[in-house]
Ligand binder design. Structure first.
Ligand SMILES: [Zn+2]
Length: 377
């Protein structure tokens, strides 16, 4: 059996956890589903296999009975700081690559504090659509928005970011097109009108988003900055048809963007084979293997891990948890990821596809080394 438990992980995509960890069962469960209908927290989350697994792991870790009430009482007794400290340290994390744009920063631990408590490094990425929204609200002149947007992306390193992130899949889809400046400007006016009518802005204006994304891609390519794309399974507002990573074809085909590493998040679930295929074809595409979210059970995680390792070069795969809200998510994802990657590599050793040394080397790449190179850590 391959033992990879001692390899410290780079969690190449995760989020901050909440400052307030004192919560009842309904609230705790609501963080363990992507569904927003309250019936899920009431009835269905306790009937999902991954949740039953998570509760058992927590009971063992907290040394309490396996029922939900005792487990939640045990974690409440520890208090948020101690909870974070214990869990992140037990997960043996080298670096957290955080998307601090969600949840709301005022409700969350800062990346710096998470790093302190977890005895690990914490670095950040810049979410492009959040920046777009801020600038569109602040400036009435489209040229000024373009200029400031380009400038912010050009100087991300100086502001402490190591990567860009796009959630365009959640808004208008991964089929990012090239629009004229006039089309984008008309779309900008619509967004401004909507913002002044509603007092807030949720940007979902396709010519505008696509146009600004291309500006970000040019800047990222010039600076060899990586960008993460949300793909596949996600919030309930996503149109999963447009979350298929094959829609990125036009962007991926642009040779002048090839110096921008593209990371397809969440194993593009359920388009796993397609995402791994893109990593096998395009030199700059990487494939993220995420072991807490999407919320899946072990058998399905084994399946996507096998697919990724079978299709893509092992140098194109990176580990993550997508942990968010609860520190258990970062911890459980690290445990789960190591165990599943280890099991699949064992299967490949048994099948005489690789030998044991190669298996260990591959685990080291996925859990640690490739992220160091891609994010220049
Ligand atoms: Zn995420």
């Amino acid at each position: 059996m391959l033992d990879i438990t001692s390899i410290p992980v780079v969690d190449n995509h995760c989020h901050p956890v909440l400052l307030n960890q004192h919560m009842d069962a309904l609230r705790f469960r609501s963080y363990c589903t992507e569904a927003t209908d309250p019936s899920f927290a009431e009835k269905h989350v306790p009937n999902t296999v991954y949740y039953l697994w998570l509760l058992r792991q927590m009971a063992t870790f907290y040394g309490c009975e396996r029922n939900e009430d005792d487990i939640l009482a045990a974690r409440s007794r520890l208090g948020a700081d101690t909870l974070l400290e214990h869990l992140l340290r037990a997960a043996n994390i080298d670096t957290l690559v955080l998307d601090p744009a969600y949840p709301l920063s005022s409700a969350c631990y800062t990346p710096e504090r998470m790093g302190q408590l977890g005895h690990c490094r914490a670095v950040k990425m810049l979410r492009l659509e959040t920046l777009m929204q801020e600038l569109i609200l602040d400036y009435s002149d489209f040229d000024e928005v373009i200029e400031r947007f380009a400038d912010r992306v050009r100087h991300v390193h100086e502001h402490g970011y190591c990567a860009l992130k796009s959630i365009v899949a959640y808004r208008t889809g991964l089929n990012i097109a090239e629009w004229s400046k006039d089309e984008a400007a008309a779309s900008f006016l619509e967004a401004r009108t909507q913002a002044s009518e509603q007092g807030q802005l949720r940007i979902a204006h396709k010519p505008l988003i696509d146009y600004l994304l291309h500006i970000a891609f040019q800047q990222a390519a010039e600076q060899q900055l990586p960008i993460q794309f949300h793909t596949g399974y996600g919030d309930s507002d996503t149109d999963m048809r447009l979350g298929n990573p094959l829609h990125l074809r036009e962007v991926l085909e642009r040779k002048d963007y090839h110096s921008m590493a593209v990371v397809l998040l969440h194993e593009s679930y359920p388009y796993c084979q397609l995402g791994a295929y893109l990593a096998a074809i395009y030199p700059h595409v990487y494939f993220d293997l995420s072991y807490t979210i999407p919320f899946l059970d072990k058998l399905e995680m084994l399946a996507f891990t096998r697919q990724a390792l079978s299709v893509a070069p092992t140098s194109k795969l990176m580990f993550s948890t997508d942990g968010i809200h609860l520190p258990e998510m970062h911890w459980a994802g690290a445990l789960r990821g190591r165990s599943i990657i280890g099991q699949v590599l064992d299967e490949m050793i048994d099948a005489d596809e690789i030998d044991e040394d190669q298996g260990y080397g591959i685990a080291q790449q996925i859990l640690h080394d490739t992220a160091y190179a891609v994010y220049k850590l």
